[in-house]
Every structure is written in C-alpha cells, then in structure tokens.
Design a protein. Structure first.
Length: 345
C-alpha cells in the first residue's frame, strides 16, 4: 500500500489531502513518526523519525494521531481481496504482503495482469492505491514494489532478472541495514556486480550465514517459498517519555509500569521465552540494548539488565525505556515440551 496510514487519513479527511501529513508522533515533539504522505517525504520526513526532527525539516507538517483499529480492519478487507486470487499469501505487515500466484488461472495465469487487477480492485473497494512488484522470486518482487511508487507497478520478467539484479545497490537487498552496508562499502562493495567479483570465502568469513544471503541475492538467487504460518519471534513494550529521566529509580518506575503490559501481551503467545532484554534510548537518540538468556519472565531480571544498560549512560538523559522477550522457535518449543513430558514419565 502507498503511505498506508496517511492514505487512509487523507481519504477520510479532505483537509489532509494537500498538506504534508505524518501519522504518529505527538504534539509535545517527543514521539516518533509512524509514516507520512509523499508531500512530507519531499522535505526528508521518514517513518521512525523523531517528531522534533521531522518538524525541523518541515515546520508546516500536520500530525495526526492514527487509528490502528481502522487500519487493521481495512487490512483484513485487502487480505480478503487477495484471497480471490490465491490462498498463498504471506503478510509482512498491515500494508504489505507476498502473493504466490503461480497456480492462479485468471488472466491466463499472467502475474502482471493479476497484479494490475488486484490494484484496481483495491482502489475500487477502498479508494486506496497500492503498488506492486512482479518477479520470479521474493526479494526481487519486494524491491520492484518500491520502484514505481506511488500507485505503480514494476515487472521483472525472468529474462530481465539478471540485468535488474546486477545493477542493484546493496542497500536495496532486504536485510542489509546501515551497519552491514557500511561494512560492505568499506570492503569496496557497493552493488551486486561488485559482490559477484568478490571472493566468496572472504564474504562468508566476514558475514557468516548472512554472507551467503548477500552472495545469493547478488546473483539473483532466492528459492524461499512463502511462509504461510508466521511465528512471532519477540514480544515487547516501550514508552517514549515526555521529559528525559536520569536516575535508576525513575527507570525502575518505568519498568514497574511496563511489566504488566508485557505480561498481558505475552499471554497471547504460546511460545516459550528464550531471553529477556531491555532497551534504553538516550537524549542524543543513541540507544543501547541488553539481552540475556532467561526462560522465565522475571521482573527482577529486568532490573539486573537495567544496571548493565545504565553503565552505558554516560550522564545522558533517557528518553525511552523498553522491555522485550525473545521467543523460542517452534521446533525448540516442541523439544522442550517433549523433555518435560519425558521427565514426567
């Protein structure tokens, strides 16, 4: 979907349609932008940006609080549209999904015509626009979906796949973040073409398993099937504070407030806990995360992690406190259940 949350608000509120608009954040400038429309993006405003910084870039930016219940409802409506074409759908978020249409017989099986019809149907039934990427594999389809936004389509046929991939900047490969990209650039690697000329063994030595991913993607290889039953990997809660806090006692108070919310969210998951972690974001927007293995939810353990996190404070104010737990993989959970069952016998 194109700037999904903002697009819903512009659809429902005519006064938002011709102004730079951001969803989320807060009027006290302490929040973080969830998303923004394309007018705001021309000023450099981006999702996950601090509200204060966004307002510096675009002083006339309009902030809307967002309506998550509505966005979730419309997302289900869009997913129902997908089901008319295929039952092989892997949602990535409320506004993005992979579809495998290789078994769809509509339009003589043309993925391009199917994608165009999905986009048309979404607009007719929701008055919202969507962009599509059509390709033989997942990662190229995802990249292609961003090529002609908003309200566009990009088709990479099998015979064009190699030419498209070889020219890709490495930063466009899903999973290559800022830190990894900096390491790659320091090695003289900027595009997929560069990786193809680089020794495979050296790439693996530097990046391990992810080095293989970079190598494969740089050669246009991605044999992953759609994940039709996604498992949640973590559960967390966090709060951005109206004013910076500085002391351990203030942080402990935040943990006491957040812990019951984490318990509530964790009850919805059937997976076992693998580790606990705490996140602190400082007044200079640098953040630190401390996470250690702990298989039982324990508030006192968060306090131990807090001590380690505060050792990195360096007299800085704290603007955000977060708690999270990592969940065991499904297979690991099964093994634990088997062990418990065996011990009972």
């Amino acid at each position: 979907m194109d700037c999904y949350y903002a697009a819903v608000e512009m659809r429902d509120n005519p006064e938002y349609r011709n102004v730079p608009l951001a969803i989320g954040g807060s009027t006290d400038r302490r929040g973080v932008i969830s998303t923004c429309n394309y007018q705001a993006r021309t000023y450099g405003v981006r999702s996950a940006m601090a509200t204060a910084h966004a307002l510096k870039l675009c002083p006339e930016l309009v902030l809307a609080p967002g309506r998550m219940a509505l966005y979730s409802e419309i997302s289900l409506q869009i997913r129902e549209i997908f089901s008319r074409y295929t039952d092989k759908v892997e949602p990535l978020s409320l506004d993005e999904a992979y579809l495998d249409v290789s078994d769809c017989t509509l339009f003589s099986g043309s993925a391009t015509l199917i994608a165009e019809d999905i986009r048309r149907t979404i607009f007719e039934e929701t008055q919202l626009t969507a962009s599509a990427g059509v390709a033989p594999c997942k990662f190229v389809a995802k990249i292609a979906s961003d090529e002609n936004k908003p309200n566009g389509i990009c088709v990479i046929t099998p015979d064009k796949l190699d030419a498209f991939v070889v020219a890709l900047p490495l930063g466009k490969i899903p999973g290559v973040g800022k830190v990894t990209l900096t390491k790659l650039n320091n090695m003289g690697l900027y595009s997929c073409a560069d990786v193809r000329q680089f020794p495979f063994e050296d790439l693996i030595k530097r990046f391990g398993k992810f080095g293989l991913v970079i190598w494969d993607r740089s050669h246009g290889l991605d044999d992953r099937n759609l994940s039709l039953a996604r498992q949640r990997k973590s559960v967390g809660v966090e709060r951005t504070l109206a004013e910076d806090i500085h002391s351990r006692d203030e942080c402990v108070k935040m943990i006491n407030n957040l812990f019951p919310l984490l318990e509530q969210r964790l009850k919805k998951s059937q997976a076992n806990i693998q580790s606990q972690g705490i996140k602190l974001k400082f007044c200079d927007f640098q953040q630190t995360t401390v996470e250690h293995r702990c298989q039982v939810l324990d508030k006192q353990y968060f306090l131990k992690l807090l001590s380690e996190g505060l050792s990195r404070q360096a007299n800085r104010g704290i603007r955000l406190v977060g708690l999270h737990v990592a969940l065991a993989e499904a297979e690991e959970t099964k093994q634990l259940a088997f062990l418990f069952s065996s011990s009972e016998e």
